[in-house]
Design a protein around this ligand. Structure first.
Ligand code: SF4
Ligand code: SF4
Length: 482
């Protein structure tokens, strides 16, 4: 009989049930170890890698230099006006996530998402300090004692250390890492650096130490977006109920048909190892991050009971329907290589190749001209007309570069720089632009008074260092209207 509540309405919010995932070993657990090691190494080690760019540029391999508005990535240096490369990288990241989701479901969530990786780290610390699942459950239920206080203090101290390292590593991407570390320890770093570390430390500690699966289930939008992108051909971690049911405890000593039971012995191992605490036998659910640890757990059980592995397995809904009706299981590769994933892979590679091509062919200098309009022109006593411009020369290389600026078109015209005299005017000037800099040159251009009131002409810049790079820009020469 259903119980009738006599104490008023139930709370809208269910209290979180703590999850104590059990240690497990297997193919997917080892894959998770490998991906965790690679992703954490990339995150913590990258700011310490050096890249020699000569004496005029920082030697940190990956550096987001907000003060100078530069992004250094190995040999690539991105200027603010080249932000479209960063946009291209973000587009590639987006398409990459579509590709991964369509090929292998929520593999990003299960293996590489920072929330998953750091939660995994924290769960391993928890196991190392408090013991495996059963010991953790016993400790949680036990009254406070010296042992419990000691273990909890040690666990939270280690959590805080990992959180500090995580928040700390982030700021090293934005300044020279060794220098910033020294300043940070000496209390000489900026307030922004300390605040950033404090915020990231707090979020790592709370999200990885306490909220864990709640971040995935309630806070992260990605599971919802992924659900919209998945179809019956997407790979999911699936419990093959047509094989497992009816489940029942006990040893499978005879023919299963004699026992009237399926392969599932209801041992609950798949639930015990699940980092989000769900029961995959209830079908696909948003709490499943497809980490596949339940596959490892169930495969061990199947081996022990002498049944074929794969009662829980990666499979598509379409393949499940085929298998259920007695058809053969489809090879994993066929589920991954299908038109949709191939289309995503082609788009992703095209964007990548396009960016590589653009990067390989970009010039490392450019020119722009801005006309000074106060006054627009000056009528000279010899009948000539003078206009003023600010020429901007950008040297995107990490060494000084000599450049030659030429006038193109505008017959009879010559130019000279502010600070020179008209006697020094000519149709071309030589300039040395400092490394990694934008030089602004106020410039006078004089041309014969006869001609159109507005005449198009150009400035061209060439490097004289043997690389022969060039760029040009258009400008307007103004004369009095007749
Ligand atoms: S681990 Fe396998 S056998 Fe055990 S309860 Fe889960 S599905 Fe059933
Ligand atoms: S149900 Fe299995 S695949 Fe899904 S989160 Fe739990 S252990 Fe990972």
């Amino acid at each position: 009989m259903n119980e009738v509540s006599t104490t008023g309405p139930k709370s809208l919010y269910e209290k979180r049930q703590p999850v104590y995932p059990q240690k497990i070993d297997g193919h997917f657990r080892r894959l998770k170890w490998a991906i965790m090691a690679v992703t954490l190494a990339i995150y913590y080690v990258t700011p310490w890698l050096r890249w020699d760019r000569g004496p005029y540029a920082p030697d940190q391999a990956v550096l987001i230099d907000l003060a100078s508005r530069r992004f250094y990535f190995g040999p690539i240096e991105i200027w603010p006006h080249e932000f479209y490369y960063v946009a291209g990288l973000l587009i590639m990241a987006g398409i990459g996530l579509f590709l991964v989701t369509s090929a292998v479901g929520r593999a990003w969530c299960g293996y590489a998402c920072p929330q998953t990786v750091w939660t995994d780290v924290f769960q391993h610390i928890e196991r190392a300090v408090e013991g495996d699942r059963n010991a953790q459950v016993r400790l949680a239920a036990a009254p406070w004692s010296v042992e419990k206080i000691g273990k909890r203090s040690l666990k939270y101290s280690l959590f805080l250390l990992v959180s500090l390292a995580t928040g700390g590593a982030w700021i090293f991407y934005f300044a020279d890492a060794p220098t910033l570390l020294r300043q940070f320890i000496a209390g000489e770093a900026s307030l922004v650096a300390y605040s950033t570390v404090a915020i990231l430390m707090a979020t790592t500690f709370v999200f990885g130490g306490f909220m864990r699966e709640q971040v995935c289930i309630y806070m992260c939008p990605w599971p919802r977006i992924q659900t919209a992108m998945m179809d019956e051909k997407s790979l999911l971690v699936t419990y093959k109920d047509w094989r497992g049911e009816p489940r029942g405890k006990g040893r499978r000593t005879g023919e299963l048909s004699d026992l009237g039971l399926g392969d599932c012995i209801d041992c609950n191992q798949c639930v015990a190892v699940c980092p989000t605490g769900i029961d995959i036998r209830n079908g696909p659910q948003i709490g499943c991050i497809t980490c596949a640890l339940c596959i490892d757990a169930c495969d061990r059980v199947m081996e022990k009971t002498g049944r074929p592995r794969g009662l829980i397995d990666y499979a598509t809904l379409e393949d499940c329907a085929v298998e259920k009706s007695g058809g053969p299981p489809k090879p994993l590769l066929k589920s991954i290589l299908r038109p949709r994933t191939i289309a995503y892979a082609l788009i992703w590679s095209s964007v990548g190749l396009g960016m590589l091509f653009a990067l390989g062919n970009r010039t490392r200098l450019d020119i722009s001209a801005q006309q000074q309009r106060n006054p627009v022109y000056v009528q000279l006593s010899d009948g000539g007309v003078r206009n003023s411009y600010t020429i901007k020369l950008r040297n995107m290389q990490t060494r000084p570069r000599e450049m030659r600026v030429d006038l193109t078109n505008l017959p009879g015209a010559s130019m000279w720089r502010d600070g020179q005299t008209r006697d020094q005017a000519s149709r071309s000037i030589q300039v040395v632009v400092p490394p990694d800099a934008l030089a602004k040159l106020p410039m006078f251009v004089v041309a014969p008074g006869s001609g159109d009131a507005s005449e198009k002409f150009g400035f061209t810049v060439r490097s004289t260092d043997g690389e022969g790079e060039m760029d040009s820009t258009e400008a307007i020469f103004e004369r009095p209207r007749k």
